[in-house]
Design a protein around this ligand. Structure first.
Ligand code: PNS
Length: 159
């Protein structure tokens, strides 16, 4: 049976920390589907299409990664994609508390899915999409925080 994992998130925008988790997960599972949440309550800066396009462009070299947007419950998206694993990245203890609760809720909604936590590489532990957007708003240098090929795309939003 193919082992399919979902890596869900807002990805507003994708960061080098996200990309690192995607690369590492792609070595552990037959297929990794990056699920971009469309209807989250976070008022995203980038449209779902822009977020999907940016992730597709930076993961184009990884053969077993697909990128799709989704709406509604994560467990329903996982079911539709025949996935059995949900991947979550952890940077800090603060992340853990929220993610632990979310994993238990998803387990209660559908016990078939396992949430697998992947610790961030220490060099990415301080990076978040929110910090990237704040820095971009101040015209700061995004080098090292997000893939170099999407820096222009992000900066365009803040012109
Ligand atoms: O990058 P984020 O914003 O931290 O990702 C959060 C995400 C998309 C993983 C989470 O909000 C999610 O799974 N949303 C889908 C709705 C859902 O299933 N919620 C949990 C049960 S209410």
């Amino acid at each position: 049976m193919e082992r399919i994992a979902i890596y869900p998130g807002s990805f507003d925008p994708i960061t080098n920390g996200h990309l690192d988790v995607i690369c590492r997960a792609s070595r552990l599972y037959d297929k990794v589907i990056v699920g971009v949440l469309c209807n989250g309550g976070k008022n995203p800066v980038f449209t779902p299409e822009e977020r999907v396009d940016m992730i597709r462009s930076v993961t184009a070299g990884i053969g077993n990664v697909e990128v799709e947007s989704f709406t509604g419950l994560l467990v329903e998206f996982a079911k539709a994609k025949d996935a059995t694993v949900i991947i979550k990245g952890l940077r800090t203890v603060a992340d853990f508390e929220y993610e632990f609760q979310m994993a238990l809720l998803n387990k209660a909604l559908n016990p078939e899915y396992e949430t697998m936590f992947m610790m961030t590489d220490t060099k990415y532990s301080y990076i978040s999409s929110s910090m990237v957007k704040e820095l971009a708003g101040f015209k700061g240098d995004l080098t090292g925080l997000v893939p170099g090929s999407i820096i222009n795309k992000i900066q365009e939003k803040y012109k």
